[in-house]
Design a protein around this ligand. Structure first.
Ligand code: GDP
Length: 339
């Protein structure tokens, strides 16, 4: 559908923290409602160098999704993709464990060329988003190198080796973000969070451990969420004790965490004012320590993405109306270390 949003958010800008596929689904709904008033701040700790190219999986998922170019089945990569490059690479004995479609290759080659000529990841991303006709701002959280490292039963694995190469099979013991201490939020991200007309911050229903935590690990980000005067609302990626896709549930089990909204709320403790949970989880939710908004959160088509975006925005509005300046407890230490 190309439906118009019925919900007219009051005013102001919205910043959404986002990983890949799950987060990008909500970003589409938010873009539909907010257009240029939305800034999507994207995880880059999945980025890696492969075949000499700079690959940014989450950024590309968000860019392709917001541009209407993503493959609806896979969730990542471009629709109408062909795989001649991979076939030819295989024929000559190249590395084929990470799939790069022919159309997708243009993104990696061009981004790598521009980076080598000295442009920042942010500048490249802003320009490519413009070229693709994306109305919202898409910003990598940092221009610096940030790498998710998964300590597992098979030793420490670089993220894509764990995620794609080993299909998330090794048991996760600990997750760390190499480079985080020395990374800086980009100027553009800081400006989006400090904007006078900022209205709401949303944490998308992305993997909290692999997609949102690396964003929060960049010095200054968690502090900004704690100190902001606008509501911070997360959408739970867990429905009925399960993740919709990907290893969120498996990782929670392996880290000894209960796959529940209570655990998601605890994970973001000190950062959140409200948690959007699925309507089917409302009855057993109990006290989650933050305001809770139960609505249907499964996004299957454009309309459900728009509807969830509208719910999240309306929830944010209601929190703005009812909340005085919040007093936030400190976020408890993340329980990533299972050792
Ligand atoms: P990835 O980079 O592809 O792993 O994507 P993300 O980190 O953005 O998202 C993965 C998470 O999104 C998983 O925990 C899923 O449960 C969650 N997710 C995916 N689709 C939906 C949905 O329609 N609704 C909700 N609530 N969560 C979803």
């Amino acid at each position: 559908m190309n439906g118009r949003s019925q919900f007219v958010p009051t005013e102001g800008r919205v910043v959404a923290l986002c990983g890949g596929v799950g987060g990008a689904k909500l970003a589409v709904g938010l873009q539909h409602v907010l257009g240029e008033r939305l800034t999507v701040v994207v995880n880059v700790a999945d980025d890696f160098e492969h075949l000499g190219l700079h690959i940014s999986p989450d950024l590309d998922t968000v860019l392709y999704t917001l541009a209407g170019l993503s493959d609806p089945q896979r969730g990542w990569g471009r629709s109408d993709e062909t795989w001649n490059f991979m076939d030819a690479l295989k024929q000559i004995g190249g590395e084929t464990w990470f799939l790069l479609g022919d159309r997708d290759m243009a993104m990696h080659v061009e981004r790598t060329r521009r980076r080598l000529s000295g442009e920042s990841l942010t500048a490249i991303c802003i320009d490519i988003a413009r070229q693709l006709g994306i109305r919202s701002a898409v910003l990598p959280v940092t221009n610096d190198k940030l790498s998710t490292m998964v300590d597992s039963t098979e030793g420490e694995l670089e993220f894509q080796r764990y995620f794609v190469g080993r299909r998330c099979e090794p048991v996760v013991k600990q997750i760390r973000f190499s480079g985080a201490q020395d990374a800086c939020l980009s100027e553009e991200v800081v400006a989006s969070l400090d904007a006078e007309d900022l209205h709401l911050i949303i944490i998308c229903p992305s993997n909290p451990y692999l997609s949102v935590d690396p964003i929060l690990a960049v010095p200054g980000m968690a502090e900004k969420l704690r100190a902001t005067s606008v509501p911070v609302v997360a959408i739970s990626p867990i429905i009925g004790g399960q993740a919709i896709k990907g290893p969120t549930r498996k990782i929670m089990d392996e880290l000894g965490l209960e796959p529940s909204n209570a655990e998601i709320s605890r994970h973001y403790a000190g950062l959140l004012d409200g948690l959007v949970i699925d309507i089917t989880d409302a009855a057993g939710a109990g006290d989650l320590g933050v305001d809770v908004h139960p609505v249907p959160t499964l996004m299957t088509d454009l309309q459900s993405k728009i509807t969830l975006a509208e719910h999240a925005l309306a929830f944010g509005d209601s929190l703005r109306a009812t909340h005085k300046r919040r007093i936030r407890p400190l976020r408890s230490e993340a329980h990533h270390d299972k050792t």
